[in-house]
Design a protein around this ligand. Structure first.
Ligand SMILES: [Zn+2]
Length: 301
């Protein structure tokens, strides 16, 4: 990979990622997301995390973005996103899930399959030494956030909106960045007195007893892990077309007309990501025999 390509890839979804964990935006440290976990899953998560984070997954969710620059983890760089054909507005796993060299399964959907499958070894008690379960948990949690960020399943030419430079209110930004960060930062400023805890309480309240409470069961539902992950990616590219790219051109200035209708979309994706990550972990760590992620696990190459 030439260096310009590599730096472009690293740029995408790097420290800009807002939902560093599914359901857990960056700089959040004490959410109630774990309430969605059943006791067995909660215990497994606690056991897999280092003691000093005290079971708080969000404290380490930025880790996959930090290490993607390290030589040993460079292979993970294409796992943060999916490039789909320009303006196709759909996702096809066999067509789209590959890195720039055409290596199959190297995209965020493939990564979720892979790390879910690795984690399923945890309950088998085989302690397969090929896999590091803590890393698998951190990768899975982070990539469930990425796949729910619509512009992480974007068009190839503009690199998921990264090359669409524009202004966000009064400062320079780009379309990818708008969806990773700007919309939530604007909401924090306008409605939550810059307190992420309040924003997350709102999202949590809407999951348990609000506008999404009737939807949670359908979000959690999954008969076939592979199809479910493909569905999450399809939802994202559909939203990217309907809300992300719509009426936006390079050089535009985006303000309330863009921000206001899209904030509920961003909040819903954070909620869906969190609910679905919890559902996957509940299935993976259940003591009952489950088949989650039937694809062969891959080791780092
Ligand atoms: Zn990422």
């Amino acid at each position: 990979m030439d260096s310009s390509k590599s730096s472009r890839m690293e740029q995408r979804g790097s420290y800009y990622d807002m939902p560093d964990c599914a359901g857990k935006p960056k700089f959040h440290h004490s959410g109630k997301w774990e309430a969605l976990l059943e006791p067995e899953a909660a215990e497994a998560v606690r056991n897999l995390l280092p003691h000093d984070v005290d079971g708080d997954l969000s404290a380490l969710c930025v880790w996959p973005d930090q290490i993607r620059h390290w030589y040993r983890y460079r292979w993970t760089s294409p796992l943060h996103f999916i490039d789909t054909p320009d303006n196709a507005c759909n996702f096809d796993y066999s067509r789209d899930c590959h890195d720039t060299h055409g290596l199959k399964n190297m995209c965020v959907a493939g990564a979720i399959q892979n790390f879910t499958s690795q984690l399923s070894h945890y309950t088998e008690g085989t302690s397969d030494r090929r896999y590091n379960m803590t890393e698998a948990l951190l990768f899975l949690s982070h990539f469930m956030g990425d796949i729910h960020q619509p512009m992480h399943v974007g068009f190839t030419t503009d690199e998921g909106g990264n090359t669409i430079d524009l202004r966000w209110f009064r400062h320079k930004s780009n379309l990818h960045h708008v969806w990773d960060r700007e919309i939530l930062l604007q909401a924090l400023k306008d409605y939550y007195d810059k307190d992420m805890e309040l924003l997350l309480q709102d999202i949590q309240g809407n999951i348990t007893d609000g506008i999404w409470s009737d939807d949670v069961t359908s979000w959690q539902h999954c008969d076939d892990h592979h199809s479910c992950v493909n569905k999450y990616a399809t939802e994202s590219i559909n939203i990217a077309c309907k809300w992300g790219y719509k009426d936006v051109e390079k050089g535009d200035t985006l303000t309330d007309d863009y921000f206001l209708p899209r904030l509920p979309v961003v909040e819903k994706r954070i909620a869906q990501g969190g609910v679905r990550l919890a559902a996957i972990l509940n299935r993976v760590f259940s003591s009952q025999e489950t088949q989650v992620g039937d694809e062969a696990s891959r080791s780092p190459t």
